[in-house]
Write a new protein. Structure first.
Length: 276
């Protein structure tokens, strides 16, 4: 087993234990007879990091002595792949977002954020399944708040209905006003009410104006060019995630797709922290 993989598992175990202890939730068997929740979460992190199936992850991890030591599991005591599959959707989305925020803190983020949106493909098993499930939307719109210093993903919003950037931008920005002091976004987030809301929370908005009149040019000219220029960090994060993990999500159900995107961003943050 390579040293970087062990370092990743060690960091994943630390994050899972810390977060599960802070906000206990039924990750394993609801009756309390299953494995500790942090062990499930760590294996989910490893599932994304190694781009493998649950069965492959269980086989590999059970043969790695140092990983078994971190997970405190005997070789024959690992959860079944079907158990991991069910536990993945049992964890509420709010808890997965908590893991994302904690992973971003490991990267030592700064006070300037950038917001942007991209699309991820939705892979389907067959046209028969697509027709039977009445599924016609083939891409998910994903809005991310990225730290400009560390390029870590601070928050993520997913939707299958493609809402306007001003709607998703408001939700993402206003629930993270304690994490940032300024926010950069392109003209897709041009919304005066959003600027006013950010200012009321002590966040400096650096949102480019759409050009309808001469004063819009003046507003854009007054933007801090150095801080606004760091908006590309959001695009860099999206590019890195797609190159590393692929441009598509694999689950069939939409709620599992949302969870996979947040989990992928969390693993991306953990990998970024290892590079620092």
């Amino acid at each position: 087993m390579s040293k970087p993989l062990f370092r990743f598992v060690k960091q994943a175990v630390s994050l899972a234990q810390k977060r599960c202890a802070a906000s206990p939730t039924a990750v394993s068997d609801p009756t309390g007879n299953g494995f500790p929740g942090w062990e499930h979460v760590t294996l989910h992190f490893l599932w994304v990091h190694m781009d493998a199936t649950y069965r492959e992850i269980v086989d590999w991890a059970s043969e790695m002595d140092r990983v078994r030591g971190l997970l405190q599991l005997a070789r024959t005591a690992f959860p079944a792949p079907s158990t991991l599959y069910r536990s993945f959707e049992r964890v509420p989305m709010s808890v997965w977002r908590g893991f994302l925020r904690e992973s971003a803190n490991i990267c030592d983020p700064g006070s300037h954020g950038a917001i942007d949106a991209t699309f991820f493909d939705r892979e389907t098993a067959s046209r028969h399944y697509q027709h039977r499930s009445d599924r016609h939307i083939r891409t998910l719109k994903t809005t991310a708040l990225v730290d400009a210093d560390s390029c870590a993903v601070l928050d993520l919003h997913c939707s299958a209905h493609w809402p306007h950037d001003t709607q998703t931008g408001r939700r993402v920005a206003l629930r993270n006003t304690e994490e940032i002091e300024s926010l950069a976004g392109d003209k897709g987030y041009d919304d005066q009410s959003l600027r006013d809301a950010l200012r009321s929370e002590g966040v400096r908005p650096l949102l480019r104006h759409r050009l309808f009149a001469a004063y819009d040019h003046a507003h854009n000219a007054r933007l801090d060019s150095e801080l606004y220029g760091q908006r590309w960090m959001a695009e860099t994060a999206f590019s890195a995630i797609k190159r590393r993990f692929g441009p598509a999500v694999h689950p069939r159900a939409w709620y599992r797709e949302f969870r996979e995107l947040v989990l992928t961003a969390t693993v991306y943050n953990l990998e970024q922290a290892l590079k620092q």
